[in-house]
Design a protein around this ligand. Sequence first.
Ligand SMILES: Nc1ncnc2c1ncn2[C@@H]1O[C@H](COP(=O)(O)OP(=O)(O)OP(=O)(O)O)[C@@H](O)[C@H]1O
Ligand SMILES: [Mg+2]
Length: 511
Amino acid sequence: MDEGEPTFVVAGDEDSSSAGWSMGWSPDGDEDIRDERLRLSDVGKLARRARRRVLRVARAEDRASFPKLLRSHLGAAVDDAEVIEESWPSYDQVNVQVGLDRWLEEEGREHELVGLAHFRHREFGLSDLLRANDFDYGPTPGNVSWVNLPSGPDGEVVRAVRAGLYLVRDGDTRVVVLVLTGDPEMDMAAVQLQVAADHPGAAARTAAEVRALAVEHNVFRGQVISFGRDVFGERAALLQFHRRPAMSAGDVILPEETLAMIRRQVVAVAEHRTLLLAAGQHLKRGLLLYGPPGVGKTHTVRFLCSELTGTTIVQLSGSALSLISEACSVARTLQPAMIVVEDVDLIAEERGMHPGQHPLLFQLLNEMDGLAEDSDVVFLLTTNRADVLEPALAARPGRVDQAVSMQLPDAEARRRLFHLYRRDLAVDESHLDSVVERTEEVTASFLKELLRRAALVAADQRAEEVGPLSVSAEQLDAALDELLDTRNAMTRTLLGGQRARDSWADGPDAD
Ligand SMILES: Nc1ncnc2c1ncn2[C@@H]1O[C@H](COP(=O)(O)OP(=O)(O)OP(=O)(O)O)[C@@H](O)[C@H]1O
Ligand SMILES: [Mg+2]
């Protein structure tokens, strides 16, 4: 039962006075039997009907409250006040609140916040609250309900209103702002601001100012965020914050020219933004990293994220790929930005109604195309199935400016990877040349696993329990034997050994 109701419950409504009603209802004799039937089947119904009637009377008094409140705040303007409605996607609720808070804090403004009771599962707006009509089951003034919304990767939150009415005094102007947030059950996954004021134009001005502040102080700006979908099937897009990876160039073992090419396209364009714009050059760019599994595509993406401090990074993957237009909208608003779509071949495989159609991939390419040339937005795509992607990209040139092939590490790279992943482990390197030779055709992640495997072998065979681990040349060989062993063929495929390379179809050439 809703709050407030107990006061109005009819005496005897549930169990005490059933006999009295049934007697009056019975038209003819045999009252005992009828009485009995009524008790069983109709008493509950009658009682509910009676209760509803009494409650309606009680609510009629309550419901005057919002119109009264608004009339006392806005004065006579209430009768023809214009209501301005602004709608935002639900993931932007945190920014709406931040914008609103900033606006309320500005010099010369005072406000009072009134909560709403009985507002769930109902459709209503500020215009309903302004008017004293027969709005029977409408909301009434009540407690403000709040929700803590994430605003950063380290547990930062913003306290946001779920439903509330701000009564604002701004000099001699009176403004009211109704905040309503999505009710997923009602398929209303959006945030609404509805504004009215006692001066013409003040409501529209307020809405525009709040929107501008919400963009200016947007909590996603300069962060690494990703879009996902709720596992329980809620329609709203879920947005998560991530810590920006901390990496240095030494962590990425790639041929010098490959890394230089990627950095020039992604980082250097951002650095020379002003110069390029002044020279009429475009900033928008698309980069595709392709190559077999385990060669460092994701690793490179992480490195670029760490380099681009201050750039908003929007990641999309898996089930969230259909949120590409939301991601683009965030990127456009918060540029400089980078949109990362990993394993973009998954999008390409999402077939349309007809063979050869890739609705999501085309949507992505269209979004890339739709962004203004001078937007400082990078599209960074990765795939290990360039063959799947090639026809679509070839059909729509200009979206991807550069396709970078990432290949299995050569001997020199394998040696560097060995040293990178050795980290603090003491390893007898007297057999290193043979290890490098024997690991031809393996991936970077294979070498990383080799060092861990060697550490495990050494830990297993350790005689004394004290001191740091150290790996002998023989133990290193044993670990490599183990990994290369045909019995580990499965692991090898997963980590990207010979088989993965065999199944790798050549992709588009880097230009
Ligand atoms: N070039 C590299 N330099 C240093 N480490 C690397 C490199 N490539 C891969 N690694 C290591 O191997 C791990 C796996 O690589 P990564 O996830 O980047 O592969 P990928 O190319 O994205 O593969 P997939 O196609 O399966 O997504 C990385 O986390 C990293 O530790
Ligand atoms: Mg990857």
